[in-house]
Design a protein around this ligand. Structure first.
Ligand code: GDP
Length: 424
């Protein structure tokens, strides 16, 4: 049975949690493949609104095994807190499986991110300051500590001492901070180890066996395509690979295991933090999208920047992820805007670009070229089929599919499961 990849096509916050919820009944495994506790899916379970920052949203369903794969960085304190919160709400976490190869976020990662962002001043990246970037940097520098190290106290201490020696020099000599003590860190992490041990397994093997046994596996990305370390708007990106290819590398699966790549696309665009955003609308329309769409970060509470749909970016996301279909979310938010704009291409330096420009300077200067179409005044939240939508809303969806060059398989008009219109 082939696996499905679910990936955001924009700068994250496309409503991926809702899509997972929609397909959950058919899934046996939901796998988180990158990022750390910076993600934040908001999911509506029954009448409960739950915010998950690290644990895959599959955890809400008793029949699903939730997996945290190799390519995720884990702050064990936060993970255990999230497990406790779920347990307190009566949601069991015994079906959570964690890869022993996943890297650990350590206290010095948090400390270092705080001081470096401050040091960068106006050039700061606007990170979530949860130590995720520094943990990925140590992973690449091969001085990271992994989940499996928790279960060998001697090795854990050795690796920690090596890392701390350098980190403390940087903290004290470069940033004038106090050094961190190894003993306290060891004590805390050994306590986490005891609680995490029953959840740790070889997740690549687990998924391989599951697929051989005909189980349904979904690999769920956090953030989005334009925040990808390689394919996003570098340097204003995340430190891992949300694109579909990243899912395979992290989960330890080959490309032939996947036959479906669902791109989650919001009916307009939002972005958190710094970086280029050609279709941003800082006027009343953008303000309206932010208010009606409640565009505030799940993890940070930060207000998101809002703007018009960008079809050039959808074409790009369709290409770099190999999307087989699009799940379009939050169409209801656009109700009441008399004329709706859609970016079809850009102009920069006197040239026209149908796609994401190949040089970042061009993207910074890109002037969006818009098609303007009629909006709709009707509230869409009660629609239950595509035909229930007003003509202008249907035409808008069809236009996005045509310009994006990818079929739209479902349209969402509200947070609940019933507010999902499946297209033939
Ligand atoms: P994610 O990280 O990609 O899951 O995105 P968010 O955490 O920003 O979640 C999107 C938010 O929008 C959540 O609060 C959802 O309940 C909500 N949502 C999802 N789909 C729709 C929709 O079609 N319409 C509206 N109005 N809200 C939606």
């Amino acid at each position: 049975m082939p696996a499905t990849i679910l990936v955001g096509t924009q700068w994250g916050d496309e409503g991926k949690g809702k899509v997972t919820d929609f397909v959950a009944d058919h899934m046996d495994f939901v796998v988180r493949y990158q990022g750390g506790n910076n993600a934040g899916h908001t999911v509506l379970a029954g009448d409960q609104l739950l915010k998950l920052h690290l644990i895959p949203s599959g955890i809400l369903y008793p029949h699903i095994t939730s997996v945290i794969a190799d390519g995720v960085v884990i702050d064990p304190r936060i993970l255990l807190e999230e497990m406790d919160t779920l347990n307190a709400r009566g949601i069991g976490t015994s079906r959570l499986v964690i890869s022993g190869n996943a890297h650990l976020i350590m206290p010095y990662h948090l400390e270092l991110e705080k001081v470096t962002e401050r040091y960068l001043g106006k050039h700061a990246l606007g990170t979530t300051k949860r130590g995720i970037g520094p943990a990925y940097a140590d992973r690449a520098a091969r001085i990271g500590l992994r989940v499996q190290d928790l279960f060998d106290p001697k090795i854990f201490r050795q690796k920690l001492d090596v890392a701390l020696k350098e980190k403390n020099l940087i903290l004290t000599k470069v940033y004038g901070r106090l050094p961190l003590e190894a003993d306290g860190i060891v004590e805390d992490y050994m306590e986490y180890a005891g609680r995490l041990e029953p959840h740790v397994a070889d997740t690549s093997k687990l998924l391989w066996d599951a697929l051989r046994a005909g189980k349904q596996v979904m690999l769920e990305g956090a953030q989005g395509t334009l925040l990808d370390l390689d394919h996003g708007t570098y340097p204003f990106v995340t430190s891992s690979s949300p694109v579909a290819g990243g899912a395979l590398a992290s989960a330890g699966l080959g490309p032939h295991e996947v036959d479906r790549v669902i791109g989650v696309t919001k009916a307009y665009v939002t972005r958190v933090g710094a970086g280029p955003f050609p279709t941003e609308d800082t006027g009343p329309d953008g303000e309206r999208m932010g208010e009606r769409g409640q565009e505030f970060g799940t993890t940070t509470g930060r207000k998101r920047r809002c703007g018009w749909f960008d079809a050039a970016l959808l074409r790009y996301a369709a290409r770099v992820n190999g999307l087989t279909e699009v799940f379009l979310t939050k169409l209801d938010v656009l109700s009441g805007i008399p004329r709706v704009k859609v970016c079809t291409s850009y102009r920069a330096d006197g040239r026209s670009f149908d796609d994401f420009p190949p040089h970042q300077s061009l993207f910074h200067k890109a002037e969006p070229q818009y098609d303007e179409v009629d909006g709709w005044a009707e509230d869409l939240s009660a629609a239950r089929s595509f035909d229930d939508l007003p003509k202008a809303a249907r035409a808008y969806v069809e236009l996005l599919a045509e310009l994006g060059g990818v079929k739209v398989s479902a349209v969402s008009v509200g947070p609940s499961r019933e507010q999902t219109l499946v297209l033939a």
